[in-house]
Write a protein that binds this ligand. Structure first.
Ligand SMILES: [Zn+2]
Length: 395
């Protein structure tokens, strides 16, 4: 956050863009065949299998009501079986290679417990009304879906020397877990806020007209309106000093990758999700359009943080790319308080906050002034003053 929040590209003409340097001593890369990758895969899939079985046994508490209707139980059981066997195989491999055996043993132990509880043939528990749910189902599915991003990052890395286990990856994994488990609360808040605050603005005629539009146009309208709201919410979080203290948590990451997208203060996530839900609610598009929007935005939100250098050509003028959003996370002068949009970069172009120096990528990420780097430190950061946290950072 800086005082010259509308600087955009202005004044950056003479800026000499330095190259990013990654200190190899802070990174421990995975080397195939060593057994280290197998240990992680075994542990992740073992724990996921155990959580998956728990979801089958206690669906009322551990699965998200909004997602249940979409679940194909046969497919989920097949996934569970694949996860169990893969975890066991990779766990055994760590013992054969005598590397990372502790993680392999963790994977095997959780898998054996999952098998003892019924494995993929576990009986589905009774569905009852629950006062709240914890999104364990969403956590397990998110872990599986995240493998797509790991593959993309390895295939087209922007910083090939940046390891998956880069500094502070455990902190971001904790955010990933907590924010994913809270999906029920976030959905509930969003679904309640929009009708309560904007119920008066619903117009049946308008919604019928929207539903009569072609599906692609409905999806575009959703993306456009949601991104417009997101742009301004995001800009306000950068501009109002107290709100910046919440948003600084998201900006505190020094390494950009798919996992970095998870680092957000819970209260900011709550406000963001609730506000973005308003245009979706008012538009009243078809459920099919909403589903496509949800998948698109779910991918896009993670992808733009990813350590990915895929050439995007002219597409970068139409859609937000990793390069565009990486600049938003840069702590370099010309990029401070720019590139707020998450889907359409032209919102920044129209409102004077666009910064995309053709071939350059940031050399440094993070906040100009560091903030505490712990989960609890982040949680209380907006509410306590300390010497690490200035009221407003001067650029
Ligand atoms: Zn931001």
């Amino acid at each position: 956050m800086s005082e010259d929040s509308e600087s955009g590209d202005e004044g950056s003409g003479e800026y000499a863009y330095p190259e990013r340097e990654i200190d190899p001593s802070t990174q421990k890369a995975f080397v195939p065949g060593e057994g280290r990758i197998s240990g992680y895969i075994s542990a992740i899939l073992g724990i996921s299998s155990f959580l998956g079985v728990l979801c089958f046994k206690y669906p009322s508490w551990l699965t998200t009501p909004e997602f249940r209707a979409a679940y194909d139980l046969t497919l989920l059981r097949q996934l569970l079986a694949a996860s169990i066997w893969t975890s066991l195989a990779f766990g055994l491999f760590t013992f054969l290679r005598r590397q990372n055996k502790r993680k392999g043993a963790t994977g095997i132990a959780f898998t054996l417990v999952a098998l003892a509880m019924g494995g993929w043939e576990v009986q589905l528990g009774e569905l009852k009304e629950a006062p709240f749910t914890v999104g364990v189902d969403w956590l397990v599915l998110s872990v599986l879906m995240s493998s797509v991003f790991v593959v993309i990052e390895k295939a087209w890395p922007k910083y090939a020397e940046q390891a998956i286990t880069r500094p502070a990856w455990r902190l971001d994994l904790l955010y990933f877990t907590m924010n994913t488990l809270a999906v029920g609360i976030l959905l509930l808040a969003g679904n309640k806020f929009a009708p309560a605050a904007f119920g008066w603005a619903i117009h049946d005629g308008f919604q019928s007209w929207v539903q009569s539009l072609p599906l692609a146009l409905q999806v575009f309208l959703l993306l456009f309106c949601a991104d417009f709201v997101f742009y301004w919410m995001h800009r306000i979080f950068h501009t109002v000093p107290w709100l910046w203290r919440f948003h600084a948590v998201h900006h505190s990451t020094m390494h950009m990758d798919w996992l970095a997208s998870s680092r957000t203060h819970f209260l900011e996530t709550l406000v963001d999700r609730s506000m973005v839900m308003v245009p979706l609610y008012l538009l009243g598009t078809s459920t099919e359009a909403l589903d496509i929007y949800a998948v698109w935005i779910g991918f896009q939100a993670v992808f733009i943080h990813a350590n990915v250098g895929i050439p995007t050509g002219p597409l970068k003028y139409l859609l937000v790319t990793p390069q565009f959003h990486h600049w938003h996370h840069s702590s370099q002068d010309p990029a401070l308080d720019t590139n707020y949009a998450a889907t359409f970069p032209w919102f920044d172009w129209v409102f004077g906050t666009y910064h995309l120096p053709e071939e350059h990528w940031p050399a440094a990420y993070g906040t100009v002034t560091p903030i505490p780097e712990t989960f609890v430190g982040h949680l209380v950061h907006p509410f306590v003053k300390n010497e690490l946290v200035p009221e407003k950072v001067e650029s």
